[in-house]
Design a protein around this ligand. Structure first.
Ligand SMILES: C[S@@+](CC[C@H](N)C(=O)[O-])C[C@H]1O[C@@H](n2cnc3c(N)ncnc32)[C@H](O)[C@@H]1O
Length: 245
């Protein structure tokens, strides 16, 4: 059996949407589109990188955008594929470090909810950002939402301890410098699971340097809160960048 690529969600795919049920992806999408509009980007095609269970991608497709999503995790993509898309979904297996899309395809490129932080080496982040910039059309916008230090140090209660709809979940971060081990234990329908995912928390200064090294120009940092007055938005920020050229 082939090894599961590090970073790719495994069994957690089965409960991810229950954990994030309160997250207003429609509002996250609004904010991303507002960020693109502020850059003067006319959006028709959207690439949702590390799309997970497709929450943002389905929302965008439902609004009539042409959407492609990719993720390293086949279980996450299976959950995404089962959702009510208006047209057959364009979902592909792919890695942030080798984005499976042609140059200049997307007007708007999104990588949301800390997906970039599963890349543990700064060079991998630069490679990923370079690919995301490459897939953006001239005049396009790239929106990256890195892991918020608030989530690591204060957390968001339902993401830490949850007892709802038959799911019981306990999550914790083990912090070692800027490396994090996210330990997840949960039970659903009598089945107990435990998984650990590793992330790296990049500081604002590091992120600025990584974007610059990838040739992206940071245009603004757009806080989700209080524009989105919902707990899952607290502490989260969209980094809005312009691709080269
Ligand atoms: C916290 S989830 C976020 C999913 C989605 N962006 C969202 O907002 O719900 C992180 C996702 O990143 C994916 N992932 C981790 N490393 C990846 C990589 N190198 N390339 C593509 N996807 C990756 C995981 O499989 C998982 O689906």
């Amino acid at each position: 059996m082939p090894a599961v690529p590090p970073g790719a969600y495994r069994r957690y795919a089965l409960v991810y949407d229950l954990v994030w049920a309160a997250a207003p992806y429609d509002r996250f999408v609004d904010l991303c589109l507002e960020a693109a509009a502020a850059q003067g980007t006319a959006v028709r095609r959207v690439l949702v990188a590390a799309c997970g269970t497709g929450n943002a991608a389905v929302e965008l497709a439902g609004r009539g955008y042409e959407v492609t999503g990719f993720d390293l995790s086949l279980p996450m993509l299976s959950v995404a594929a089962a959702k009510p898309w208006p047209d057959p979904p364009r979902l592909v297996a792919g890695d942030l470090r080798a984005v499976p899309l042609g140059d200049g395809w997307a007007d708007l490129v999104l990588v949301l909810n800390a997906s970039i932080n599963y890349l543990l080496e700064p060079e991998e982040v630069v490679a990923a950002l370079g690919h995301l910039g490459r897939t953006a059309a001239p005049g396009g916008t790239v929106v990256v939402e890195p892991l918020s230090p608030r989530f690591v140090h204060q957390g968001w209660a339902p993401g830490r301890h949850l007892d709802r709809d038959g799911l019981r979940l306990d999550a914790s971060y083990e912090v070692s410098g800027d490396l994090l081990a996210e330990r997840l234990r949960w039970s659903l329908g009598g089945v107990e699971e435990a998984e650990t995912y590793r992330q790296r928390l990049y500081s604002e200064a590091e992120l600025e340097a990584l974007l610059a090294a990838a040739g992206l120009e940071l245009a603004e940092r757009r806080p989700m809160w209080p524009a989105i007055p919902a707990q899952p938005a607290r502490g989260r920020t969209l980094w809005v960048a312009r691709p080269p050229g």
